[in-house]
Design a protein around this ligand. Structure first.
Ligand SMILES: *[C@@H]1O[C@H](CO)[C@@H](O)[C@H](O)[C@H]1NC(C)=O
Ligand SMILES: *[C@@H]1O[C@H](CO)[C@@H](O)[C@H](O)[C@H]1NC(C)=O
Ligand SMILES: *[C@@H]1O[C@H](CO)[C@@H](O)[C@H](O)[C@H]1NC(C)=O
Ligand SMILES: *[C@@H]1O[C@H](CO)[C@@H](O)[C@H](O)[C@H]1NC(C)=O
Ligand SMILES: *[C@@H]1O[C@H](CO)[C@@H](O)[C@H](O)[C@H]1NC(C)=O
Ligand SMILES: *[C@@H]1O[C@H](CO)[C@@H](O)[C@H](O)[C@H]1NC(C)=O
Ligand SMILES: *[C@@H]1O[C@H](CO)[C@@H](O)[C@H](O)[C@H]1NC(C)=O
Length: 922
C-alpha cells in the first residue's frame, strides 16, 4: 500500500478552506458526487496487446465449501444471518484514510462483539510504531533458504502484531516476483523463483496466523515495477500500468506462490494497484472470481490496495470483499464507492444481497477462525531452539480476547486526534507504547546471519582473525548520524542499509551498525566513513580493507537520489560511487573484502576480478541486527550458509528488454510479459548466457559431499490429475432485500465529519426500478467447477507426492556449517511444451553439521512440480513419456548440480553433464 502524503496535505488544506464543512450528517451532496464518480470514464481502459485477455468471470463463487474452513463458516453464518444491512456494510468498508489508529480500519458490528478491525503494515514488522522489532526483509529470508527460519520469523511477526492489537497484518509479499531486477519492491518478497517465493510466503503466513493474526498475501498480481503502478488522481489523466500476463505464465510463475499461501490457509489477499491484462486488479473478475476464488478455492477476504478501488458495483461483482481504506479514489472528502453506496446498491437490487452476504461471511469466518495447528516442521523449529517460550500459542480465533490496537499509525504522541482526517476531532489516547519485542532479536539475528551469502573467498581470506589490522571504508558500515529512523519510511540511503523504503518498513528500535559490531569484536580497527576514498593512506601488506557499499530501492511515493521507487537512476550499480570506492581500496590494499547491503542483484564486473578483491559478501537487508549477524560470519563464529535468491548477471543487457522498466506512455503504460516463463536463471539458461554468479550460489567455510542419492516413485504418473470433487455447499441466507430502515441514520447519531458510514439520509427513496448496465459477461448462474480447483490452493491431487528423493550430505571440511540441498527438475526431452531447461522444485537446509557429521536429506516432488499449465484444458498436465525421463538435478545452486536422478530407471548418478551454461565465477 501507499500512504497518502503529499496529496493528503494538499487536500486537507483545501478542505480546511471550507470545501467540505457542510456535512454532518447530510451526505446527499457527497452521494451525488460519488454517483458521478461511479459513472465516469475511469473504467475505460486502453487496449492491451493481442493474446492478453482479461475475460469476464461471473458470478463470485461464495466461500464456505472448503473443509478447512467449515467450522469457521458455520460460526460466521449464525452471526451474519442476524446482521442488519448497516452492520454488514460496516465490515466491508474502511472508515476512511486517517480515521482510526491503524492504516486501515473497518467499521464495527459491536452487537456481535466485532470491533473496528485494525489493518496494519508491514511484511517485516509492525509499521509506524515503536517498541517493535525491525526484522530482516523478505529477500533476506529468501537468502537463508530455511523454511524453519521463515516460519520462526512469521511467528515472531505475528506475536508483535497481536501484541499491538493488529487484526490483519499486511504481509507477506510474494508479488513482485523479481521479474525486473530494477523493480522497487522485490526486496519485500523472497526471491526470483516461484518455489522459493512460495515457501517464504507460506511459512510466513503459517507463523503469523499461529498467533491468531490474519496474514495478507500481496500484491495480486503483476506488480513488477513501481513507476506508473497507480491510477493518477484525478482518474482519467493516466491509468495504472497494465501488466499483460499470459495464462500459462500466470499459473507457472506469478500466481504459484499465491496458490501455495492459500493452501497454507492465508486469511486475506490484497490486490495490486496495476491492471492485469487491461482490467484494474481491484475489479478484475477473472483474477478475483476466476483465479483466486474458484480455481484456488480462496475462502478468506480479498481487499484492494489503498485507494485502488475505482468502482463500487463493479468491484463488488468482480469479487472484492473489503474496500481500503474505504474512501473512493479521492480521500478525505467522506466519499466512498462502498459504505453508504454499497447500502444503496443492495437496496436497489443492483448488487445481489447474496454477494454482500458472501463478503461479510468471508470476513467473519476469517476473524473467528481457529489458527492452524503445529505441524512436524514447526515442532522441529521449536526443537532446534529457534523459538522460545515467549511465543504464545493461541488456539482461539479473534472473537476471543483479542486486544484492541494500543498504538497509532498517525502519531508517536501519547495523545492526539482520534480521527485525524475529520474536520473536528476529539482527542484520544493514541499510543500506549506497548513493548512487543520479547527476545525476537534472536530470530532476527539468526536470519540475518544465515542469509549472509559468501560469493567469493580466495584462499580462505574469510574468516578473519580478531587480531587482524582492519581498515573499514564506506558510510554503509555506520548508522545514519541523524538516527536510524530519521527518514520517514526509510526514504533515504544514509548509513547502513537494513531495509528498503516505503510502507514495507518498520521503525528500528535500534540499528546495530556493522562498524560498532566490528569494533566490539576486533582489536585493531580504523574506520573511514566517507564514500570517497581518503587520500594519503599508507597500506602495509597485512592490512585488510573491508569496503561497505549498498544499493537501495522502495515504493514509488518517494524518490530517493533520483530513484523513483525502482532503481531507475542507479541501475544495478552500487550507490554513492560504491564501485569507485572498491576500486580505490583494491588499488591500495592487497586484501579487500567487499560487503554489500542490497535490495537485489547488483553488477560487480567493475571490480570482481581485481586481484586484491579477495572476498565478497552479500548481507542483503538485515534489519536491526546488521552488526552482530555480520561479525558472526566475518570472524568465523559461524560458517556462511546463505545462497543467492536471484542470479547476478554480467550485464543488465543479458536480460531481455521486456524486463526493463517501462517508461511513460500517454493514458496507460503497457507492460507485456512477453518473456513468459523466462525470467532470471530460466532466461539465462535458455540463451546460454553465463551469469557472474548463478541463482542459488553461496560458499561456505567448510565443504559438503552429497552422495548416495536415491529416488523412489510414490505415485504412478498420469498426465491429468485425478478429477476433483465438486464444489460443496455454502451458507444460504434469506434473499429478501432488507428493510431500507436498516441503513437509516440511527436516531441521535453523532456522526464524525468525513467518516464513512453505511447510513443514508433517505433510504426509503431508493428504488429498484432503474436498469443497470452490468459489465460485459456478467451472469448470475454459477460457472462450472474449474478442473484445476477443488480445495484451497487448487485440486488437492496437485500436492500428491510423485517421487521422494534422498541424499546423504556430509560435512567434509573442518568447520561446522549448514548445507542447502536444491532440486531442479528437467522435463522429458519429448515434452511438447516450451519449458525452461531446469526449474527449482524443492529444497531443504540441513541442521548445523559438525566436521565429519552427516544428514540424510529427503525431498518431495509433487504432481504440480511435474506439471505444465495447459491453457486449452485449463488443467495441470504432466508430459508423461514412456521413453524420456524426468531428470532431478541435485546440488546447491542452479549451476552446481552434481547428482542426477531419473524418473524412469529410478537410477541416480554422479558426473552427468548439466545442460546449462557455467557461471563466470562461483
Ligand atoms: C487444512 O488443509 C491442510 C492442507 O490442505 C490439510 O493438511 C489439513 O488437514 C486441513 N485441515 C483441516 C482441519 O481440514
Ligand atoms: C439471532 O437470531 C435468532 C433467531 O432469529 C435469535 O434467536 C437470536 O437472538 C439472534 N441473535 C442476535 C445476537 O441477534
Ligand atoms: C458502524 O461502524 C461505526 C464505527 O466505525 C459505528 O459507529 C456504527 O455504530 C456501526 N454501525 C452498526 C450498525 O453497528
Ligand atoms: C444502485 O445503486 C448504485 C450505487 O449508488 C448505483 O451505482 C446503481 O446505478 C444503482 N442501480 C440502479 C438500477 O439505479
Ligand atoms: C517504548 O516504550 C516505552 C514505554 O514502555 C517508551 O518510554 C519508549 O519511548 C518507547 N520507545 C520508543 C522508541 O518510542
Ligand atoms: C593463494 O595462496 C597461494 C599460496 O600462498 C598462492 O600461491 C596463490 O597465488 C594464492 N591465490 C590467489 C588467487 O591469491
Ligand atoms: C594496529 O596495528 C598497527 C599496525 O600493526 C599498529 O601500528 C598499531 O599500533 C595497532 N594498534 C593497536 C591499537 O593495536
Amino acid at each position: 500500500m501507499a500512504r497518502v502524503t503529499f496529496i493528503s496535505v494538499l487536500l486537507l488544506t483545501l478542505v480546511s478552506l471550507g470545501l467540505a464543512m457542510v456535512r454532518t450528517p447530510n451526505y446527499a451532496a457527497d452521494i451525488k458526487r460519488a454517483q458521478q464518480l461511479q459513472g465516469s470514464s475511469k473504467n475505460k481502459r486502453n487496449s492491451v496487446p493481442a493474446g492478453y485477455v482479461a475475460a469476464p468471470y461471473y458470478p463470485t463463487p461464495p466461500g464456505g465449501w472448503v473443509s478447512n474452513w467449515t467450522a469457521a463458516y458455520a460460526k460466521a453464518q449464525k452471526v451474519v444471518a442476524n446482521m442488519t444491512l448497516a452492520e454488514k456494510v460496516n465490515l466491508t468498508t474502511g472508515v476512511g484514510e486517517d480515521m482510526g489508529r491503524c492504516v486501515g480500519n473497518t467499521g464495527s458490528a459491536l452487537r456481535f462483539g466485532i470491533p473496528n478491525l485494525c489493518l496494519q503494515d508491514s511484511a517485516l514488522g509492525v509499521a509506524d510504531t515503536d517498541n517493535v522489532t525491525a526484522f530482516p526483509a523478505g529477500i533476506t529470508v529468501g537468502a537463508t533458504w530455511s523454511k524453519a527460519l521463515a516460519y520462526a520469523r512469521g511467528l515472531a511477526l505475528g506475536a508483535e502484531a497481536r501484541g499491538k492489537g493488529v487484526n490483519i497484518q499486511l504481509g507477506p509479499v510474494v508479488g513482485p516476483m523479481g521479474r525486473k531486477p530494477r523493480g522497487g519492491r522485490n526486496w519485500e518478497g523472497f526471491g526470483a523463483d516461484p518455489v522459493l517465493q512460495a515457501w517464504g510466503g507460506a511459512e510466513t503466513v503459517k507463523g503469523i496466523q499461529a498467533n491468531g493474526v490474519i496474514a495478507t498475501i500481496k500484491h495480486f498480481i503483476g506488480n513488477e515495477q513501481e513507476a506508473y503502478r497507480m491510477d493518477i488522481i484525478p482518474h482519467g489523466l493516466m491509468q495504472a500500468i497494465s501488466s499483460n500476463i499470459d495464462d500459462r505464465t500466470l499459473h507457472e510463475l506469478y500466481s504459484w506462490p499465491f496458490a501455495e499461501a492459500i493452501r497454507a490457509g492465508v486469511g486475506a489477499v490484497m490486490m495490486s494497484y496495476n491492471d492485469v491484462n487491461g482490467s484494474a486488479s481491484s475489479q478484475n473478475s477473472m483474477m478475483i472470481n476466476g483465479i483466486l476464488k474458484d480455481e484456488f478455492g480462496f475462502q478468506g477476504i480479498v481487499m484492494c490496495d489503498w485507494l485502488a478501488q475505482i468502482s463500487g458495483v463493479g468491484s463488488a461483482l468482480a469479487g472484492l470483499d473489503m474496500a481500503m481504506p474505504g474512501d473512493g479514489d479521492i480521500p478525505f472528502f467522506g466519499l466512498a464507492y462502498w459504505a453508504y453506496e454499497l447500502s444503496t446498491s443492495v437496496l436497489n437490487g443492483t448488487v445481489p444481497l447474496s454477494r454482500l452476504n458472501d463478503m461479510v461471511t468471508r470476513i467473519v469466518a476469517t476473524i473467528s477462525r481457529v489458527p492452524l495447528v503445529l505441524t512436524s516442521t514447526h515442532s522441529k523449529t521449536l526443537r532446534r531452539g529457534m523459538l522460545t517460550r515467549d511465543y504464545q500459542w493461541y488456539q482461539l480465533g479473534q472473537d476471543q480476547d483479542y486486544p484492541p490496537p494500543n498504538f497509532s499509525a498517525n502519531t508517536a504522541n501519547p495523545t492526539g486526534l482520534c480521527y485525524p482526517a475529520a474536520v473536528f476531532s476529539p482527542t484520544c489516547v493514541t499510543n500506549e507504547y506497548v513493548n512487543v519485542q520479547a527476545d525476537h532479536f534472536k530470530v532476527a539475528r539468526n536470519i540475518s546471519r544465515e542469509a549472509i551469502t559468501l560469493l567469493k573467498n580466495i584462499n580462505n581470506t574469510l574468516p578473519l582473525s580478531t587480531s587482524a589490522v582492519l581498515k573499514i571504508f564506506g558510510s554503509d558500515a555506520e548508522n545514519n548520524p541523524a538516527g536510524p529512523n530519521a527518514c520517514s519510511e526509510r526514504a533515504c540511503d544514509t548509513g547502513v542499509l537494513g531495509m528498503g523504503w516505503g510502507t514495507g518498513t518498520a521503525n528500528y528500535p535500534y540499528l546495530d551498525a556493522p562498524i560498532d559490531a566490528i569494533k566490539r569484536k576486533a582489536a585493531n580497527v580504523t574506520y573511514y566513513s566517507s564514500d570517497s576514498f581518503p587520500s594519503g593512506l599508507t597500506a602495509t601488506a597485512s592490512d585488510i580493507a573491508i569496503v561497505f557499499v549498498n544499493s537501495d530501492s522502495g515504493e514509488n511515493q518517494d524518490t530517493v537520489e533520483g530513484n523513483d521507487g525502482d532503481r531507475s537512476a542507479s541501475g544495478l550499480y552500487t550507490w554513492h560511487g560504491g564501485d569507485a570506492l572498491v576500486e580505490a581500496a583494491a588499488a591500495k590494499y592487497a586484501t579487500v573484502i567487499v560487503v554489500i547491503h542490497t535490495v537485489g542483484p547488483i553488477l560487480v564486473e567493475n571490480w570482481i576480478d581485481l586481484p586484491s578483491v579477495k572476498a565478497v559478501v552479500f548481507a542483503h537487508l538485515p534489519g536491526q541486527e546488521a552488526g552482530d549477524s555480520l561479525t558472526d560470519i566475518l570472524f568465523g563464529d559461524y560458517s556462511p550458509s546463505g545462497h543467492l535468491p536471484y542470479s547476478i548477471p554480467v550485464a543488465e543487457s543479458d536480460y531481455p528488454s521486456s524486463v526493463s522498466l517501462v517508461g511513460f506512455e500517454f493514458f496507460q503504460v503497457q507492460d507485456t510479459f512477453s518473456e513468459g516463463l523466462y525470467i532470471d536463471y530460466r532466461y539465462l539458461n535458455k540463451h546460454s548466457i553465463a551469469p557472474r554468479f548463478a541463482f542459488g550460489h553461496g560458499l561456505s567455510y567448510t565443504t559438503f559431499s552429497r552422495t548416495s542419492a536415491t529416488i523412489t516413485a510414490v505415485t504412478p504418473l498420469s498426465s491429468t490429475p485425478p478429477t476433483r470433487a465438486s464444489t460443496g455447499s455454502t451458507p444460504v441466507y434469506s434473499t429478501a432485500i432488507p428493510p431500507a430502515s436498516e441503513v437509516a441514520w440511527p436516531a441521535g447519531f453523532n456522526a464524525i465529519s468525513r467518516y464513512l458510514y453505511p447510513y443514508l439520509d433517505d433510504p426509503q427513496s431508493i428504488s429498484s426500478s432503474g436498469t443497470f448496465n452490468y459489465p460485459t459477461g456478467y451472469q448470475t448462474t454459477p460457472q462450472p467447477d474449474p478442473p484445476a480447483g477443488g480445495d484451497q490452493g487448487g485440486n488437492p491431487a496437485l500436492w500428491d507426492v510423485m517421487f521422494t528423493l534422498s541424499v546423504n550430505v556430509t560435512n567434509t571440511g573442518k568447520f561446522a556449517g549448514k548445507d542447502v540441498v536444491m532440486v531442479f527438475v528437467q522435463y522429458p526431452s519429448d515434452n511438447p511444451w516450451d519449458t525452461p531447461i531446469i526449474q527449482l522444485r524443492a529444497f531443504e537446509k540441513t541442521d548445523t553439521l559438525a566436521a565429519g557429521e552427516g544428514e540424510v536429506v529427503t525431498l518431495q516432488i509433487t504432481r504440480k512440480d511435474l506439471s505444465i499449465w495447459d491453457v486449452v484444458s485449463q488443467n495441470w498436465i504432466i508430459p508423461v513419456s514412456s521413453t524420456a525421463p524426468f531428470l532431478f538435478w541435485i546440488g546447491d545452486s542452479s549451476a552446481n548440480l552434481t547428482l542426477a536422478c531419473e524418473s524412469l530407471s529410478g537410477k541416480c548418478s554422479d558426473g552427468r553433464a548439466l545442460p546449462v551454461v557455467a557461471p563466470k565465477s562461483g
